[in-house]
Design a protein around this ligand. Structure first.
Ligand SMILES: [Ca+2]
Ligand SMILES: [Ca+2]
Length: 121
């Protein structure tokens, strides 16, 4: 699978529907769900909200639920390559490159990515 759907979205909706029983909001730990070999982007800081995971070696235009919304990423690629992020579809408008193993919880720039490919940084 090159892109997995935003499973977190459903979990958040379920959590919001549950009654609040005087508990404080859960602390967002860096418990990052990103499998080896993948690059993972999230719409919110620190790996929450809608997500997109793509497998190493795959190049793609981003789907609407993450395009121009990314705010954090993890590169768990195993090829040694980084991931270049672009402002437009078709890998044009280069923005930045995320090296292998990097975990960025607070992207800058953010909310601009529209496509990516795997490349040496
Ligand atoms: Ca965002
Ligand atoms: Ca864009």
């Amino acid at each position: 699978m090159r892109i997995r759907s935003a499973a977190i979205k459903g979990a958040v909706a379920m959590a919001l529907a549950m009654p609040v029983i005087g508990l404080s909001a859960p602390v967002a730990h860096a418990d990052v769900n990103c499998d080896g070999g993948e690059i993972c982007f999230w719409e919110n800081h620190y790996y929450s909200g809608n997500d997109v995971y793509t497998t190493a070696g795959y190049e793609d235009n981003w789907p609407n639920y993450i395009e121009n919304k990314e705010s954090s990423l993890v590169n768990r690629g195993t090829s040694g390559l980084g991931v270049r992020v672009y402002n437009y579809h078709g890998m044009s408008g280069y923005l930045y490159c995320a090296p292998r193993g990097i975990q960025w919880g607070d992207l800058n720039p953010e909310n601009v990515g529209s496509s990516h490919n795997w490349h040496l940084c």
